[in-house]
Design a protein around this ligand. Structure first.
Ligand code: SF4
Length: 365
């Protein structure tokens, strides 16, 4: 707007149209004069939303979208009505709602959206299908926030009335695309009005990212994908451990200032026979005893061609009890959308998008 000699007021109108009304095209921004819209077009500006190209429906209500960006690259985004219980015990409002749902709750009013931060991922966790893609590119802040806008539109969500939680746990490592991720957070908490306390970012343990994150004043809750109780096991399933070991990771995490009652979430994917035994639980208790932490246990979701097997229900129960007896709050995350490969570690572009067609509207905000 400034480059077109327009006032800040026009910029605010544009921002409102993009992020509050979530309009899919420039022509629909009727708060801007038609002449200005034409001027914007003539200057090469277009607006729009990422396209929900294909949808897979789970019997549990979860929807997984193949989302196409302006250049034809695709990522996956997941809508989970009722959430997945990941917030339990983290000391926030979202956790309270999960633990004590009110009578007027229905799945429509409370949902969690899992969003991607990169096309593919470079981290190469051995249990994750997304890792098989490698990394293609980072998403822009508009593409990250745009996934949320597109999904909110699909479900006619009114932010404020409906309770939406966001998890940055889709494709990609948000802390390897740090600036865009944080700019997206500012779009989501600012004009899109989703409270930061309803957002959780998960990292595989990128230390420079954690150190930067510790300095942020507005930030989502932090979840760390730990998945092992010692460096040997972790290195075998998460090669990133070679660069930053568990001790260095925990040291960096301890510098993140927590809000009152907030706990850091440690995600722990239970892999049968690898990290799910009593001795692993005991090691975990020793590791985390001095942190304000909680653990989300995720029963591994099998995927084609993956060299792991699911833990037995008995082992899962024993593991959780041992952690709790050792003073660590431990919760088992509800698996969502397993039948459509939408669950944790399963996001992969299983549906290839058709070649990009010339777009009338650029599909980024
Ligand atoms: S688990 Fe997350 S960080 Fe690891 S490869 Fe998969 S998407 Fe990347």
């Amino acid at each position: 707007m400034e480059s077109l000699n327009q006032s800040a007021y026009r910029a605010r109108q544009l921002c409102e149209a993009l992020y509050v009304q979530r309009v899919p095209s420039l022509d629909q921004i009727t708060t801007l004069p038609a002449a200005l819209r034409e001027e914007l077009k003539a200057a090469g500006h277009t607006v729009g939303l990422p396209e929900l190209l294909q949808t897979a429906h789970s019997i549990d209500g979860t929807e997984r979208y193949l989302v196409r960006m302006a250049d034809g690259e695709t990522v996956e985004t997941v809508w989970m009505p009722g959430g997945d219980g990941g917030e339990r015990g983290d000391g926030t409002k979202a956790a309270e709602e999960e633990e004590h749902p009110s009578h007027d709750d229905d799945d429509y009013k409370r949902a969690t959206i899992c969003i991607s931060s990169q096309v593919g991922c470079a981290v190469n966790c051995q249990f994750c299908l997304t890792a098989k893609l490698g990394i293609r590119r980072n998403l822009t802040p508009g593409e990250i926030a745009g996934q949320v806008a597109a999904v909110l539109n699909r479900h006619n969500v009114e932010v404020g009335r409906d309770r939406i939680n966001l998890v940055f746990m889709g494709m990609g490592e948000p802390f390897l695309n740090y600036m865009s991720f944080m700019d997206a957070v500012r779009l989501l908490t600012g004009p899109m009005r989703i409270p930061e306390s309803r957002m959780t970012v998960s990292t595989s343990g990128i230390l420079p990212g954690i150190e930067q994150f510790a300095q942020e004043t507005v930030r989502p809750k932090l979840a760390v994908s730990l998945n092992a109780s010692n460096d040997i096991v972790r290195e075998s399933i998460m090669p990133i451990t070679r660069k930053w070991n568990i001790a260095a990771l925990l040291e960096a995490i301890s510098t993140v200032p927590l809000r009152p009652r907030e706990r850091i979430t440690f995600e722990y994917v239970l892999l049968g026979g690898i990290n799910d035994q009593r001795e692993h639980a005991d090691e975990l208790i020793a590791l985390l005893k001095n942190l304000r932490a909680k653990i989300n246990l995720i029963v591994w979701n099998s995927g084609p061609g993956m060299p792991f097997h699911e833990p037995t229900p008995q082992d899962v129960g024993i593991f959780q009890k041992r952690l709790r007896d050792g003073g660590i709050p431990a919760f088992i995350r509800k698996p969502r959308g397993r039948d459509i490969y939408a669950a944790c570690g399963q996001l992969k572009r299983t549906l290839e998008s058709p070649p990009p067609t010339p777009l009338i509207e650029i599909a980024t905000l």
